[in-house]
Design a protein around this ligand. Sequence first.
Ligand code: SAM
Length: 355
Amino acid sequence: MTDTAYMEARDMETHVVEPSRPKRPPLVDPFQRAITYLRVSVTDRCDFRCVYCMSEHMTFLPKADLLTLEELDRLCSAFIAKGVRKLRLTGGEPLVRRGIMTLFRSLARHLDSGDLDELTLTTNGSQLPKYAAELAAIGVKRINISLDTLDPDKFRTITRWGELDKVIAGIDAAQAAGIRVKINAVALKGVNENELAELVRWTHGRDMDLTIIEVMPLGDVGEGRLDQYLPLSMVRARLAEQFTLQEIDYRTGGPARFVKVIETGGRLGFITPLTHNFCESCNRVRLTCTGTLYMCLGQEDAADLRTPLRASGSNDLLDAAIESAIARKPKGHDFIIDRRHQRPALARHMSVTGG
Ligand code: SAM
């Protein structure tokens, strides 16, 4: 890919390339997609047990298998040196990893240097009353908070262990700290499908964007996916009966396609891995807390980066492993949920690679 093509690819993600910035060797996959977005699952553990994400009795990784915070920093920094401009920490629940703020503080140096456009996280919000102010102070400007319902009892049923009040307090804390919040809601058949219009009004009333996500067949969660699966084409058609949905160009660098809701003035995103493949513009790869790199959320192929990371204090082996992994990034995924495909498409849970 030429420099110009790379810059155009980056501009499409709404990042503006400043001419004075030193050029970095871009990571480009076999389909000419520049890889500029790294998502890192910093822990597979979580303080919730959402029914579509985990089974109630999960076996987690032994702590000894996890990369240290220093190793996570080194890996993220190696990607940034190769042109990654957006870094999202996720999990599991990223804010339950011990010492996580040390990692955030350290990674923020790349924001200060201008090598990174955005440092952000996806969280269930439960720990935000404790951390929101510090996250804002180190330069986190936007975060995604997952919230599927505004009904406290339903919230408890979906998350098994969560409390709605705590998440609302987390949202309050983030907004009070000046962080922009986007709410992510997974559409669940028979659970929150009749509440999604209310969620649109509530999020937009609080000046937050809302993204609705189709449930994906990742990991065995102890119940049938067909029971959970609600195609977003149906959700959108129902919302269109109540709201005027106007197509807009707005992009966050992620897979969501946004509309403006004329009645509320807010933005509504749809992430539709099943009803519509969004892989053509995929710019991201995912790293697990054990240093495994998944080049696609929906495929098994992965690269071990922990071995080259630990093999040497220099980054030569690591850089070579990253480059060879990106050279294998597949064209896309092919999730299916129907009566013949009720087993998970992939054995690993979303908490391994992060949402
Ligand atoms: N704990 C954090 C949180 O709750 O946002 C970050 C990790 S969580 C795995 C990230 C996102 O993935 C959440 O919005 C969650 O709802 C979503 N998610 C988990 N399992 C999913 C699945 N099978 N299909 C669709 N979305 C899923």
